[in-house]
Design a protein around this ligand. Structure first.
Ligand SMILES: [Zn+2]
Length: 139
């Protein structure tokens, strides 16, 4: 999904959730939801580093411009269920991480909608699991 769409979705839906949760910390929480929902995509850079393609930044940027509405099947570590679960566990200790989790979930749902529209199925759900990626790699 496009960067700007993630900002819009996280700002509006996240804003409503933050307002319901705590009206006095509304803007602080909203900032965390929007920031976490946007910064999560830094893992796309990690994938390009892993693939060794960052030596050709123009090609990487062209590739990224071609995929905002497509499901790539790549594993993006911060988009994974396991990462979100780790943030949930941290959130049980510190509310900050629960607010971060809201941003991650909204980002995941927005990407999920794009994946569904692209694949017309829910087969992409498996691609968001580190455990399934490791299992599929060895089998
Ligand atoms: Zn994403």
């Amino acid at each position: 999904m496009k960067f700007t769409n993630h900002i819009i979705i996280n700002a509006t839906i996240g804003g409503i959730i933050c307002f319901i949760i705590n009206r006095f910390l509304f803007f602080e929480n909203l900032l965390i939801v929007v920031a976490s929902g946007v910064l999560i995509d830094i893992d796309h850079v990690f994938v390009e580093i892993f693939k060794g393609t960052l030596r050709h930044p123009r090609k990487v940027i062209e590739y990224w411009k071609s995929i905002p509405n497509k499901h790539t099947g790549e594993l993006y570590i911060f988009h994974s269920y396991e990462f979100m679960f780790a943030i949930l566990v941290l959130g049980l200790q510190n509310k900050f991480f629960l607010i971060v989790l809201i941003g991650l979930i909204l980002h995941f749902l927005a990407d999920g909608l794009i994946n569904y529209l692209d694949t017309k199925s829910f087969s992409w759900l498996r691609d968001y699991s580190i455990i399934f990626k490791i299992y599929d790699h060895w089998n």
